[in-house]
Design a protein around this ligand. Structure first.
Ligand code: NAP
Length: 341
């Protein structure tokens, strides 16, 4: 019987030692990331690089960032930058992460880390050889609530896991986000939204033994909708994602001793519940809500650097590669192949 929930061990992000950050690709998520980091941490935003000087200047002016670069090469070789945040379309993460690593910089790379597992392995090998941190910006993993779940799972409090379910769907047309509908930019629901359910299943169950997926493609050839069943031992994870409608965007874990329900949006800081048939406990999502939770991954990376650790124990590169191995197989089954793969 569960008597209380574990306490999150995630430190206050304002306690992490400061690093000097450079933003590569000043777009939508970079804006949310910088806002949260400036508000909730001591991390320093020292530089921004864009393919267009004007865009870099506008972003720098918006956030008071002192150094502006009109190319990514110039950003990554800036001696005042310790770590590069790669926030461009999925198609470009591999080359840009390698560019920053070759310049001796740590990298925080937006999800999906790369287009496929082979590219992710290339980034991981380069980072290991250079002795720098490369971390997938799967921000959900670094939230206080994820650590509560991690402890419940490690202690076996839920019993044997029977099923996991997670979904993430939003109506995003080409007019809303062209990159999601362009195969050349590694678009599609799976790598952008579906990566959260896939990562959640990996977090709870580890790598799957068997994958069964169905999906529907757009005329351009990216996945508009995907449903996948991932079997790990006797447990099954049922995952859905779509670019056509707003879905529940919830998640659940059902074990033989207890169940966990994560309300919408499950991948953000949420007050999830744990019920064992006798009592229901509600987890504290922590003091930082919504996308302001992006700060936790930055603080985590800064602490890794301060500790001299290059691979995150919270989200090791091998797991990131495993998650992309899963999306590779799902894409193979639904028939999505990106140019040049
Ligand atoms: N964690 C989250 O909650 C979250 C939310 C949304 C997105 N994301 C992730 O963040 C990344 C960026 O997404 P976003 O929505 O922020 O992207 P975005 O605003 O469309 O673009 C970001 C930057 O990428 C570069 N870019 C845009 N289109 C390009 C193209 N056709 N070719 C080459 N570069 C291009 C631009 O940089 P320049 O200024 O240099 O041209 C742009 O400023 C993706 O990996 C996405 O999955 C994460």
């Amino acid at each position: 019987m569960i008597t209380s929930l574990p306490v999150s061990r995630v430190p206050d992000p304002s306690l992490a030692p400061p690093l000097r950050w450079g933003v590569l690709g000043p777009g939508g998520i970079a804006r949310a990331f910088v806002r949260s980091v400036l508000k909730h941490s001591r991390q320093q935003l020292v530089a921004v690089g864009s393919r267009t000087a004007q865009r870099a200047e506008a972003f720098a002016a918006e956030f008071g960032i002192p150094r502006v670069h009109s190319s990514y090469e110039s950003l990554v070789t800036d001696p005042d930058v310790d770590v590069v945040y790669v926030a461009t379309p999925h198609s470009h993460h591999h080359a840009q992460a390698l560019l920053a690593i070759a310049a001796g910089k740590h990298v925080l790379v937006e999800k999906a880390f790369t287009r496929n597992a082979a590219e992710a392995r290339g980034v991981a090998e380069a980072a290991r050889a250079a002795g720098v941190v490369a971390l997938e910006a799967m921000w959900t993993r670094f939230l206080p609530g994820a650590d509560v779940l991690r402890q419940l799972l490690a202690a076996g409090e839920l019993g044997e896991i029977v099923t996991v379910a997670a979904d993430f769907g939003l109506p995003i047309g080409p007019e809303d986000a062209a990159r999601l509908h362009d195969p050349a930019l590694a678009g599609g629901a799976l790598l952008d939204l579906g990566i959260y359910p896939v990562s959640f299943a990996s977090f709870v169950l580890g790598p799957p033994d068997e994958i069964t997926a169905t999906g529907r493609l757009t005329e351009a050839g990216v996945d508009e909708q995907v449903r996948a069943v991932l079997r790990t031992g006797a447990a099954e994870a049922v995952l859905t994602t779509t670019l056509t409608e707003r879905t529940h965007t919830t998640a659940e874990i059902v074990g033989t001793r207890a169940r966990v329900d994560l309300p919408a949006d499950f991948y953000t800081p949420v007050p999830f519940t744990v019920s064992d048939g006798h009592a229901t406990f509600t987890a504290d999502p922590g003091p930082i809500l919504g996308h302001e939770g992006l700060v936790y991954q930055a603080a985590h990376l800064a602490q890794l650097v301060a500790d001299g650790t290059t691979d995150s124990p919270t989200l090791p590169l091998e797991e990131t590669i495993g998650i992309l191995t899963t999306t590779d197989e799902i894409r193979r089954q639904v028939g999505v192949r990106y140019p040049g793969e």
